[in-house]
Design a protein around this ligand. Structure first.
Ligand code: CMP
Length: 143
């Protein structure tokens, strides 16, 4: 089953949006396969956002994502990568349509509440960066 990496960013955790966001993916029918509340070390943040290392906002991005607890998650389900991106809405909250997470709660392009993998390659890379195999459940094994 397809898996994706989603993360409630420090602004979302601080604004008590974890439950709201988890509920949206649960209601959609996706399964939570792993979750942890953590403060990201800057080395991990730099790896996670490596593709943006030459962008002018890279320093700001790393400072923000390490500024407080995040809620890192692995979700699984059919076409979960693309569907989660749709449910998140556009990166810039002003462009995100109402009904999406960023459309409903996003403030600025930096404080946009949630991160989600944008491709199968990113999903695999990001899941492996944040989770060990034994930190995820395998629903197939349990049934
Ligand atoms: P995310 O999906 O976490 O992936 C990269 C992040 O970079 C993106 O969400 C935005 O929060 C952030 N970002 C994109 N453009 C800018 C910008 N101009 N200034 C600050 N942050 C940005």
């Amino acid at each position: 089953m397809e898996k994706t990496f989603l993360m409630v960013k420090p602004d979302g955790v601080q604004r008590n949006l974890v439950g709201e966001i988890v509920a949206r993916f649960e209601r959609k029918g996706f399964k939570l396969a792993g979750a942890k509340l953590m403060v990201i070390p800057s080395t991990l943040a730099e790896q996670h956002y490596g593709e943006h290392s030459d962008k002018p906002f890279f320093g700001e991005l790393v400072d923000f994502i390490t500024s407080g607890p995040v809620f890192a998650m692995v979700w699984e389900g059919e076409e979960v990568i693309a569907t989660a991106r749709q449910m998140m809405g556009a990166t810039k909250p002003q462009d995100a349509v109402p009904g999406t997470i960023r459309g409903d709660f996003g403030v600025t392009v930096g404080k946009n509440v949630i991160h989600g993998s944008d491709s199968p390659e990113s999903a695999e890379r990001e899941i492996n960066l944040f989770f060990n195999e034994d930190q995820m459940v395998d629903y197939k094994k349990e049934n």
